[in-house]
Design a protein around this ligand. Sequence first.
Ligand SMILES: Nc1ncnc2c1ncn2[C@@H]1O[C@H](COP(=O)(O)OP(=O)(O)OP(=O)(O)O)[C@@H](O)[C@H]1O
Length: 234
Amino acid sequence: MFAVEDLSAAYGPVKALNGVTFTASRGQVTAVLGANGAGKTTLLRTVSGLVRSTRGTVKLDGKDITRTATEKLTSYGLSHVPEGRGVIAELTVVENLRLGGLHRATASEPMPIERIFELFPRLGERRDATAHQLSGGERQMLVIGRALMARPTVLLLDEPSLGLAPRVVAQIFDLLRGLVQSEELTVVLVEQNARSALSIADHGVVLNLGKVVASAPAAELAADEQLRHAYLGF
Ligand SMILES: Nc1ncnc2c1ncn2[C@@H]1O[C@H](COP(=O)(O)OP(=O)(O)OP(=O)(O)O)[C@@H](O)[C@H]1O
């Protein structure tokens, strides 16, 4: 169980997170939704030690990991895939994946690359292509695959749908859904694309101005017309 309790963070005078509390369960996708500036990216950055929290705690299976250095968090099983598909353009798919296995959960072997290709067959077909030759969707698969090489138990994903065509978003989300089940992962998925995210999520957390305004099963949020109009834009 991954738990965030009363988490707060600020950029100077801007309170970007204000007492955020939620839990995410293993084998489930928890979608974190909300408009531009709601605090979604800041939440992931604070959890992964890139922004310093001013209050609150983050726990992984009961262990307090608040304010742990980013590199150390990987060894505790937490991987963060930031927005923007940051792969090394000159390296091949295989080389980028190998980099993901360099830092990993303590005492575990990196995931075999062939396992990544089973999960993402398209990456296997393009294994010797350099990352700059990949499509946007393939790059998104590559950053997720690279994060999986570290054998995380918790995967934090920031807007994997950004800039992708709806058909490709559907494909990435389907892959994600399969992944959560087969790898027993806890996925925290930050998305602006609320409709698609809720269609694959188990649970949803809606942020507004740095606060949680709703936290409920995904189907319940998707059926709440008032909430959808007010915060989710569909
Ligand atoms: N580096 C920064 N310096 C100052 N203020 C920032 C910084 N990053 C974000 N903010 C502010 O913090 C608040 C939360 O921003 P954040 O990026 O977390 O929102 P978000 O929900 O991820 O939005 P988006 O969907 O647009 O990425 C906003 O008011 C934003 O302007």
